[in-house]
Design a protein around this ligand. Structure first.
Ligand code: DGP
Length: 113
């Protein structure tokens, strides 16, 4: 499958990897929108939140356990941060592999839209 985040997770293309385990890869966003902007993805291909189901939902728990470790390592656990997953056309999802943006390191906008 020609998926950029699968290739990053498989180390077929380089990224600034900040965390990885059996289930999850997390790397710095190419176009950061905050001092800390990291993408956490499942290593297996899941297209979007629409494809989360009984079989793969444990991977979402793994991602959030990873996020806990990442925000601690990045020094933003106590100052606060935001986790976003865009889905579909109206959600402005541009990469069709489930990913969670971790944003922090500054006071973020109060607006979510
Ligand atoms: P979204 O719009 O939610 O689908 O966000 C996709 C994000 O992925 C966007 O912030 C830019 C980032 N991105 C796209 N291609 C690459 C890449 O090749 N490497 C890295 N590190 N980030 C990428």
């Amino acid at each position: 499958m020609d998926c950029i985040f699968c290739k990053i997770a498989n180390k077929e293309i380089p990224s600034q990897l900040v965390f990885e385990n059996e289930y999850v890869a997390a790397f710095r966003d190419l176009a950061p929108q905050a001092p800390v902007h990291i993408l956490a993805v499942p290593k297996v291909h899941i297209g979007s939140m629409n494809e989360i189901n009984e079989e793969n939902s444990h991977l979402v728990a793994e991602i959030f356990k990873a996020i806990n470790k990442i925000v601690e390592a990045e020094g933003i656990k106590d100052s606060g941060y935001r986790v976003i997953s865009n889905c579909g056309k109206d959600g402005c999802q541009s990469v069709q592999h489930l990913h969670f943006h971790i944003l922090g390191g500054k006071k973020l906008s109060e607006s979510l839209t």
